[in-house]
Write a protein that binds this ligand. Structure first.
Ligand code: PRX
Length: 574
C-alpha cells in the first residue's frame, strides 16, 4: 500500500454545523433532510424554487444572493431581484416555445446572465445544458447535436464558436447582449429586446417530480465521445446536506466556487448547493490571476471558498507574501476538489492563510460530494477524507470482492444515493457499465482505505486524463489529431505534471511525405486547440515511428506509452 503517513492537521476551533462525524453517520436520515424543502409540505417540486423563490417567500428577499466582480467592476443582486429576473427570463423563454423536458444549452462566460438563465430554464422544467466558456466549435456541436438541442442561450462573442450551419436541430438562439435587432442573424433572438416587450408572469414555475431531468453535463471516459450525464431534481436533497455539513454554510456566509458552470462543480457547488443553503454567491468574471483572486476574496468578503488543487498550486507559486497584501480576515473555510490535493498545498494553506484546505471527492456522475473532509475532523494530508454520512463505500477487487483495509482496489459506492445520476443520455449500456457488481457503483478510481476509514486516491483504472481537474478522454483527442492531414496515428496519455497534476501528451506517427518539425507540431497542437478546447490540446508531443498495439485487435496500448513515460521521468529523478 502506498499510503505515506504525514503530519495530521487537527480541526481549528469553530462553531460548525456538524460537530460529530460518527454520530452523524449513525443518525442521518435522508427523509429528515427532505423536510427542509418546501415540497415536503406543498408537494410542488422545482430546484429553481428552492434555490431562489423560497427565500423570498421566507422573508429573505433583501438578502444579497449574487455578488459579481470583474476587475474593478462590481454588481450585486438580492434574492428578490434574482426572482424577478429569472421569472422574467422564464416568461420570455416559455413564450418562445421552451417547455418542460426540453434541452436548453447555455454557453456564456462567468457572468450573472449565465446563472440567471440557468435558473430560468430550470423554472420551466427544462433541462439546463451549461457549456464551458472555452469550448471550441466541435465541442459545442457534439453536445448540442447529441441532444438534438433546439434552444441555445449565448452572447455575441461566443456565438462565433457555434457552428450554426452544422446544427440544423437548433431552432432559436437567444443572445443576452444583442440589442440591435437589425444585426441579428437567422434564428437569433435578442433576449434584451424580448424582455423589454414581455410582461413577467407571476406563476411561471413548472412543477415537476423529483425524478424529472434537471441538468446535463458531458463528461469524458477513456473511450468514445463524451457522454451526457443527466441529473434529477432529487439531487437537491444530497446537495443541500453537503452544503450544510461540508461547506458548513451559514446564513451570513459569502461563498465562492471558482469553477465555471460548464463543469459539474460550477453548477452543483457554484449554483445549486449554496443557493439551496441561502448563501450569497460570488461570481468572478475573467481568467485566473493571483492578484485578482485575492482582490475578489477581499472585496466581497468571501468566508467559504471552494477551488481546485491546480488553482491553489498557482497561488502557491506566487509566493507566501502576496496574501499579506490583502485583508482576508473573513475567510474561514477552504475546500478543494477535482484532482489529488498534495499535502504540500495543505501545509501551504495552513502556513500562509492560517487555514486548512479540505479535500472532497466526487464525480459528475455522483451528483454531489461522497468523500469529504469535515471542518470538525482531523485531516490526514494525502487523503480525500471519509465517506459523507449516509454514504457507504468499499474497495473492491476485480471480481467485486470487498478488500480489507490497507489494500488497493476499485473505489465503489453502495447505490443508490440521493445525488446519483438519473441516466446517461441515449446510452443505457454506458449507464449499466457503472454497476458491474450488484448494488455497487464503480467509480473507475483506485483507492486505499486506512484503519480509520480515510480514503487515499491511487490513480485511475482506465486511461482517463485529469489535467487541472478537467477530465479529458484520450480517445477524443486522438480522434481529433488524426483528422490533421499530417497525422497517421496518435496515442494520448496523461503525463505527471507538478502544476497541473497531469498534462496531455500525444505520441504521433506522421503520414508519409511529412517531416517532423517544431512548426508542424505547433500547427497540429493548434488544430486540436481551436477545434476541441484549449485544455484538451496536447501540451507535449512526440513523433514516433510506431505505436505499441495489442496483438489481436491492434488497439493502441496507452498503458505501455504511459509506462515508458513514467520510466523516463524516474530516470531523470535518479
Ligand atoms: O479521478 C477522480 C478525480 O476526478 C474524477 C471525476 O471527474 P469529474 O467527473 O470531472 O468531476 C470532478 C469534480 C467533481 C474522479 O473520478 N477526482 C475528483 N476529486 C478528486 C479526484 N481525484 C483525487 N482527489 C480528489 N479529491
Amino acid at each position: 500500500m502506498t499510503v505515506i503517513e504525514r503530519q495530521q492537521l487537527a480541526p481549528i476551533e469553530g462553531d460548525y454545523n456538524l460537530t460529530n462525524y460518527e454520530e452523524a453517520c449513525q443518525n442521518i436520515s435522508w427523509d429528515e433532510v427532505k423536510q427542509q424543502f418546501s415540497w415536503s409540505q406543498s408537494g410542488l417540486v422545482n430546484m429553481a424554487h428552492e434555490c431562489i423563490d423560497k427565500h423570498v417567500v421566507d422573508g429573505y428577499g433583501n438578502k444579497i444572493g449574487l455578488h459579481y466582480v470583474n476587475g474593478a467592476y462590481e454588481e450585486t443582486y438580492t434574492f428578490a431581484e434574482i426572482k424577478e429576473k429569472t421569472d422574467h427570463i422564464a416568461t420570455v423563454l416559455r413564450n418562445q416555445g421552451v417547455k418542460k423536458g426540453d434541452f436548453v444549452f447555455i454557453f456564456l462566460p462567468k457572468h450573472p446572465d449565465c446563472y440567471f438563465t440557468m435558473i430560468a430554464t430550470i423554472k420551466l422544467g427544462a433541462i439546463a445544458g451549461p457549456l464551458f466558456e472555452a469550448f471550441m466549435e466541435e465541442a459545442v456541436k457534439d453536445r448540442i447535436s447529441d441532444c438534438d438541442g433546439r434552444f441555445l442561450i449565448t452572447d455575441t462573442d461566443l456565438l462565433n464558436r457555434v457552428p450554426k450551419n452544422e446544427l440544423p436541430c437548433l431552432e432559436k438562439i437567444f443572445l443576452t447582449d444583442a440589442d440591435d435587432v437589425q444585426l441579428l442573424g437567422e434564428k437569433e433572438i435578442s433576449l434584451i429586446k424580448e424582455l423589454e416587450k414581455t410582461v413577467k408572469e407571476e406563476d411561471i414555475t413548472t412543477w415537476v417530480d423529483l425524478e424529472h431531468g434537471l441538468n446535463i453535463h458531458y463528461t469524458s471516459g477513456s473511450t468514445g465521445k463524451p457522454k451526457g450525464i443527466i441529473h434529477a431534481h432529487r439531487a437537491m436533497v444530497h446537495q443541500y446536506q453537503t452544503g450544510k455539513w461540508v461547506l458548513d454554510l451559514k446564513d451570513d456566509d459569502v461563498y465562492w466556487c471558482t469553477a465555471h458552470p460548464g463543469w459539474v462543480t460550477g453548477t452543483v457547488y457554484g449554483i445549486f448547493t449554496p443557493w439551496l443553503n441561502r448563501a450569497t454567491i460570488v461570481v468572478n468574471g475573467g481568467r485566473f490571476d493571483a492578484k485578482g483572486w485575492y482582490h475578489t476574496l477581499e472585496t466581497t468578503g468571501v468566508s467559504v471558498w471552494y477551488s481546485a488543487p491546480t488553482a491553489y498550486r498557482m497561488l502557491m507559486a506566487e509566493g507566501n507574501d502576496l496574501p499579506n497584501d490583502y485583508d482576508l480576515s473573513n475567510l474561514r473555510h477552504l475546500l478543494s476538489v477535482g484532482e489529488p490535493l498534495n499535502p504540500e498545498v495543505i501545509y501551504w494553506g495552513k502556513e500562509t492563510l492560517g487555514k486548512r484546505i479540505h479535500d472532497t471527492w466526487w464525480m459528475t456522475e455522483t451528483g454531489a460530494q461522497l468523500i469529504v473532509n469535515l471542518p470538525s475532523e482531523v485531516i490526514k494530508p494525502g487523503s480525500m477524507g471519509r465517506p459523507f454520512p449516509g454514504i457507504s463505500i468499499a474497495i473492491l477487487d476485480d471480481d467485486g470482492v470487498e478488500q480489507s483495509r490497507g489494500s488497493i482496489g476499485h473505489l465503489a459506492i453502495k447505490a443508490p444515493w440521493p445525488g446519483i445520476m438519473k441516466e446517461v443520455w441515449k446510452n443505457e449500456e454506458k449507464y449499466q457499465s457503472y454497476f458491474p457488481f450488484e448494488g455497487w457503483y464503480v467509480s473507475g478510481d483506485l483507492a486505499v482505505q486506512d484503519e480509520d476509514g480515510y480514503i487515499f486516491f491511487q490513480g485511475r483504472s482506465d486511461d482517463m486524463i485529469n489535467s487541472s481537474g478537467e477530465r479529458i478522454g484520450p480517445f477524443e483527442v486522438e480522434s481529433k489529431l488524426i483528422e490533421h492531414p499530417a497525422v497517421a496515428e496518435a496515442g494520448v496519455i496523461g503525463k505527471p505534471d507538478a502544476l497541473r497534476g497531469e498534462i496531455v501528451k500525444a505520441f504521433i506517427v506522421l503520414r508519409k511525405g511529412y517531416t517532423g518539425s517544431d512548426v508542424l507540431l505547433e500547427e497540429i497542437r493548434k488544430f486540436v486547440k481551436t477545434r476541441l478546447a484549449a485544455h484538451s490540446a496536447p501540451r507535449e508531443m512526440e513523433i514516433v515511428t510506431e505505436l505499441p498495439k495489442t496483438k489481436i485487435s491492434g488497439k493502441i496500448l496507452r498503458r505501455e506509452l504511459k509506462a515508458r513515460e513514467l520510466a523516463k521521468l524516474s530516470q531523470k529523478v535518479q
